[in-house]
Write a new protein. Sequence first.
Length: 154
Amino acid sequence: MIMIRKMVIEDYDAVYELWSNIPGMGLNDVDDSLEGISKYITRNPDTSFVAIAEEKFVGVILAGHDGRRGFIYHSAVLPGYRKQGIGTMLVDKALEALKMQGISKVGLLAFSENELGNQFWESVGFGSRDDCTYRDKKLVEMVYSANPYMNKSK
């Protein structure tokens, strides 16, 4: 049986371990640190969720908003628990929570080469856009974990 519940900061160690076991997950030492996730959960206490099976964290979705638009980060389900609807349940819970807070549009980033991830997002209704370019600028130096989808020179 799968239990879906709100993520709390006390879940951090288990959630970070789950993320660390997902090939291609893009994590960095600033935003994904205990402090970084704590700030995010404090700002968005009702929109991130974990999936637990047999007392083990098997899925997570980090979702929140800035008051105008919602965004999903680091959604993952352990490989052995995929194709059971867990990812869809997590997305549905996050979208429902965001909608309850008055958010009307939600975005996310998926690495272009992540075929499995992109197939999933397409299956739950997230389309891709080719009319804009994603840009970012680091304000502090970040160390990224190994990620085969990321270009190391960026």
